[in-house]
Ligand binder design. Structure first.
Ligand code: GLN
Length: 493
């Protein structure tokens, strides 16, 4: 039988194999994770909610299916932790907002339903910045998640709970969402792998909308094969999402079994300039060198509109957010203020009490850029610049197969360091948000630790729907550069 450390350290695919061989059970895996959460979980605060009774009941049902030879898939019984903005029927769906503090989802998101069909067990609700707006989880209405490599630092955001839980071995893998970097930036800060799929590849049905033209759900894991497997489980056409890609997609885990195909990696000068931490630059440059040694060609390229990505994103994303969040008015959804004298007062007070400061800032900014008189100057213009940003990438892809950049300009910053300065927080996403504006797939891979022991991540950006190629490139790196295993966490219980 597998022992507890093997169960919590094991990748999802290892756990699936162990279940198949009968060296562990779904109940055994869940109990080992609960114990680990009891022992080190308080240091990290990754989970907002963990219904142990329901999880154990589902694990028992999975073990019974397997005993009867009726396992739903090779992964039947493997737990998956889920960011608390993705619906799971009968569980809280709070988006870490006071406005949804008591909301329970009446249905499953398409991704959750697909995981259940494979027998995977939804395992707890993970912390995030309120409505996925932020880069540190400090905008959560609950205590922030902490970085497992240094609990005084931020795990990144908004999927900070997902990345920290995977890094700290509080779950084998997890789902996050990425609107401007929310999977990749926390993955880089926590030393795990995170993938943002091509826009349209994964259904958004049941993902609480932040900015609908940018949002994508994606996997976070500790091995490239796990990330590929989780993507295969959740992707594919969904008639419930009108922006879902209608064509058949190739299995990315099958693609991993093929040779990497090498090819040319582009290095955009704009991502290596001012403001980047010297250790991050050095680590990511050695990744380029490693690829060169593996037989890839490296070519310098230019993405000249890179400097326009942050302002464009904060117009498009806030405009869409102001419209998406209109439904949390205390009538249709969300916290309802007591004793309001009339309807307008009810809206004002419900939203005023329910939303935190960053969400309010974005709703105000978004309403402003959409308002008559400013629409053409801001929103329409931003949409035009968005097309130019996408054109830069498509032009680059005429010469290169993928683009290699740092995921973030610095390693994890301290909790509290940027909370007083929203602009400096926005700049933490400078390398990730252009990808969302262009709708491209991109992943973050760990590439070592700084002298202070903090993880650094590199980003690979691909052509639309080239996740198979991106993951093969990532696997080639992983094979030669296994990442230093795991953070040393203080025991709290
Ligand atoms: N940090 C970015 C923001 O605050 C991106 C968030 C996200 O990808 N959900 O909007």
């Amino acid at each position: 039988m597998m022992e507890a450390p093997e169960l919590t350290n094991g990748t999802a695919l290892c756990l699936g194999r162990a279940l198949h061989e009968g060296t562990t059970s779904a109940v055994g895996i869940c109990e080992a994770l609960f114990t680990r959460i009891d022992v080190v979980g308080d240091t990290i605060d990754a989970y907002l909610h963990l219904d142990r009774e329901r999880i154990l009941a589902e694990a028992e049902a999975s073990d019974r299916r397997r005993q009867e030879g009726k396992a739903l898939s090779p992964l039947d019984g493997v737990p998956v932790a889920i960011k608390d903005n993705i619906a799971s029927k009968g569980e809280p769906l709070t988006c870490a907002s006071r406005s949804l503090a008591s909301f329970v989802s009446p249905y499953d998101a398409t991704v959750t339903e697909r995981l259940r069909k494979a027998g995977c067990i939804p395992f707890g609700r993970l912390n995030l910045d309120e409505f996925a707006m932020g880069s540190s989880t400090e905008n959560s209405s609950r205590p922030p998640t902490r970085n497992p490599w240094d609990p005084s630092r931020a795990p990144g955001g908004s999927s900070g709970g997902s990345a920290a839980a995977v890094a700290a071995r509080l779950c084998p893998w997890a789902l996050g969402s990425d609107t401007g970097g929310s999977i990749r930036q926390p993955a880089a800060f926590c030393g795990v792998i995170g993938l943002k799929p091509t826009y349209g590849r994964v259904s958004r049905y049941g993902l609480v909308a932040f900015a609908s033209s940018l949002d994508q759900i994606g996997p976070v894991g500790r091995s490239v094969s796990d990330v590929a497997t989780l993507l295969d489980l959740i992707d594919g056409h969904d008639p419930l999402d009108s922006t879902s890609w209608p064509e058949e997609l190739r299995s990315v885990s099958a693609a991993l079994r093929e040779p990497a195909g090498k090819g040319t990696l582009g290095i955009p000068a704009e991502y290596y300039g001012e403001g980047i931490d010297p250790e991050v630059r050095e680590k990511v440059s050695s990744v380029a060198e490693a690829y060169r040694k593996m037989g890839y060609r490296i070519r310098e390229i230019s993405l000249p509109r890179t400097h326009l990505a942050v302002p464009t994103y904060y117009i498009v994303a806030t405009a869409e957010a102001s419209s998406n969040l209109a439904r949390f008015d205390g009538v249709r959804y969300g916290h309802r203020a007591e004793a309001a004298g009339n309807a307008v007062e009810l809206y004002f007070r419900s939203r005023g009490e329910g939303f935190g400061p960053e969400v309010k800032r974005r709703v105000i900014l978004g309403s402003y850029v959409l308002s008559s008189g400013y629409y053409d100057a801001y929103y329409k213009r931003a949409q035009q610049v968005r097309t130019l940003i996408r054109d830069d990438f498509l032009k680059a892809f005429e010469e290169v197969d993928a683009i290699l950049t740092p995921t973030t300009p610095t390693p994890a910053f301290a909790l509290g360091e940027k909370t007083g300065d929203p602009l400096s927080m926005y700049l933490a996403d400078i390398f990730t948000i252009a990808v969302n504006l262009a709708g491209l797939p991109a992943l973050s891979m760990p590439c070592g630790l700084t002298k202070e022991g903090l993880p650094v991540g590199f980003q690979l950006i691909g052509r639309p729907f080239a996740e198979d190629r991106l993951l093969r490139n990532a696997a080639a790196y992983e094979k030669c550069h296994p990442f230093p295993d795991q953070p040393d966490l203080p025991v709290t219980a």
